[in-house]
Design a protein around this ligand. Structure first.
Ligand SMILES: *[C@@H]1O[C@H](CO)[C@@H](O)[C@H](O)[C@H]1NC(C)=O
Length: 378
C-alpha cells in the first residue's frame, strides 16, 4: 500500500520538478540516540512507535476487507501516525538536537510520508532558522526541501510564464522557464552549495530541472550574469539568494559532496515548558514531558550518509506484507482508532494551513498542465 501510494505520488511529482522524495522515512535517523539528552528514552520511544504501528496495522487488518481501499487508507494512517510519533520522541528526549540533520530528515519524512506540504506552523522547530548554529546540521535541509516542493506550495508560481506563453512567443516562454525552474535550484545551491544532498535526491532534481529548461535555444543565457536582475526585470522572478545558478551549466563542484554533519553543542538548553502538547496530522496527539536538560548531551553526532538513510524500510514493508503480528496494546488501539479517514480529516482541518494529498495532487496537476501547455507552444 505505502509503496503504491508512494509510486503514484512520485510519478506525479517528478513531472513537476523532481520533487519526489527518496526517504523511506520511518526508521530512526539517529539510531544510537547520540547527542540526545536521554538516549535510552529516545530509543525506547522509537521502539514504542514500532509497536504502536504494528498493533495499528493489526487493527486495520482485523476490521477491513483484505485488498480494500479502506484497508489501504487505514494502513496509511498507521504509517503517518508512526512518523508523527517519531517526532514526539525527539521532543521528549532529544529536544536539544532539534536542529540536527537527523531530526530534519525525520521531519521531512513526516511531511513526505503524510503527503503534507512542509509548513513551519506544523512542527515549530522546522525548518531551523537560518541563523541556527549550535547542534545544527551543516545544511538547512528544511530549506532544501521547501524549495524542492515550492511548486506545490505556491499555486501561482507558474503564472508569469503562463502569461508569457499565452502571448505566443516560444523563445520568451523558454527563457521564462529558465528563470522559473532555476529558482528553486539556485535557492538550494545558495544555502548549501557544497553539501552532499543525495539524501534528498538532489542530482535527480537537477537533472529533471535540466529537462524542463532544455527547450531554451541559448542554454538559459539569461541566467549567466549570476544575479537575479534579468529574470526579475523581464519576468518578475525574484530570487532569494545572492547568486543565480544556471542548472544547464553549474560550476564544477556544485552541488558538492561534503557530508552532512552537525555542529557540536545544543540547539536548546532549556525547553521552556514542563509539558508540551504535540498535535500532528493524522490524528496524533500527545502531551509530552520533555526530559530535563543535562550538560553531558550535545556531542557532535557525526555524519549522515545517504546509504544509512536508504536502509531501514522494514516497517512499511512488514505492515504491507503482514509479517509482523505483535499483540495489540491499549495504546495501540488508541492510535489505531485515531488513524482512520475521519480522524485524519478532522485533524487536518483543525491544524489549519495544511495541504493534504488532494490539494497537493491538484496543484501538481495544474503545474503539469501549465508546463505542458508552455512547452507545447514551442
Ligand atoms: C529556499 O531557500 C532560501 C535560501 O536560499 C530560503 O531562505 C527559503 O526559506 C527557502 N524556501 C523554502 C520554502 O523553504
Amino acid at each position: 500500500m505505502a509503496l503504491l501510494r508512494k509510486n503514484m505520488r512520485a510519478s506525479i511529482l517528478c513531472l513537476v520538478g523532481g520533487a519526489s522524495m527518496v526517504l523511506a522515512g520511518v526508521q530512526n535517523y539517529n539510531p544510537t540516540g547520540q547527542g540526545c539528552l536521554d538516549p535510552d528514552g529516545f530509543l525506547s520511544c522509537y521502539a514504542k512507535q514500532v509497536d504502536l504501528v504494528t498493533s495499528c496495522a493489526t487493527g486495520c487488518t482485523a476490521s477491513n476487507v483484505a485488498g480494500s481501499q479502506a484497508l489501504k487508507t487505514c494502513l496509511t494512517g498507521c504509517n503517518g501516525a508512526q512518523l508523527a510519533g517519531n517526532l514526539g520522541c525527539w521532543v521528549q528526549s532529544c529536544w536539544n538536537q532539534l536542529y540536527s540533520c537527523e531530526n530534519q530528515l525525520a521531519t521531512i519524512s513526516y511531511f513526505d510520508g503524510n503527503d503534507l506540504i512542509q509548513n513551519p506552523n506544523i512542527f515549530p522547530w522546522f525548518p531551523p532558522p537560518s541563523d541556527a548554529v549550535d547542534g545544527a546540521c551543516s545544511c538547512n535541509l528544511g530549506y532544501v526541501e521547501g524549495n524542492k516542493t515550492i511548486f506545490l506550495a505556491t499555486p501561482n508560481f507558474n503564472q508569469p510564464c503562463e502569461n508569457v506563453a499565452s502571448r505566443g512567443n516560444p523563445a520568451a516562454t523558454a527563457e521564462c522557464a529558465c528563470c522559473e525552474f532555476s529558482f528553486p535550484v539556485s535557492n538550494i545551491l545558495n544555502i548549501c552549495p557544497t553539501s552532499d544532498l543525495s539524501v534528498l535526491g538532489m542530482s535527480a532534481y537537477i537533472e529533471h530541472t535540466q529537462g524542463l529548461i532544455s527547450a531554451s535555444g541559448d542554454a538559459c543565457a539569461i541566467l549567466n550574469d549570476g544575479n537575479q536582475d534579468s529574470c526579475l526585470n523581464t519576468y518578475g522572478y525574484r530570487f532569494r539568494g545572492d547568486k543565480v545558478f544556471n542548472p544547464l551549466s553549474l560550476p564544477s563542484g556544485i552541488p558538492g559532496s561534503d557530508p552532512l554533519t552537525n555542529n557540536p553543542g545544543n540547539a536548546f538548553t532549556d525547553f521552556g515548558a514542563s509539558a508540551y502538547t504535540l498535535n500532528l496530522f493524522p490524528g496524533f496527539s500527545s502531551t509530552i514531558t520533555p526530559v530535563p536538560f543535562n550538560a553531558k548531551a550535545g556531542a557532535a553526532t557525526g555524519t549522515v550518509s545517504a546509504a544509512a538513510v536508504a536502509t531501514g524500510t522494514e516497517s512499511a514493508t512488514q505492515i504491507a506484507t503482514g509479517t509482523v503480528a505483535r499483540g495489540s496494546s491499549a495504546a495501540g488501539t488508541a492510535t489505531s482508532s485515531a488513524t482512520g479517514t475521519a480522524a485524519a480529516t478532522t485533524s487536518k482541518s483543525a491544524a489549519g494551513g495544511r495541504n493534504g494529498v488532494n490539494e497537493g495532487l491538484a496543484l501538481a496537476a495544474v503545474m503539469l498542465l501549465a508546463s505542458y501547455n508552455m512547452f507545447s507552444n514551442l
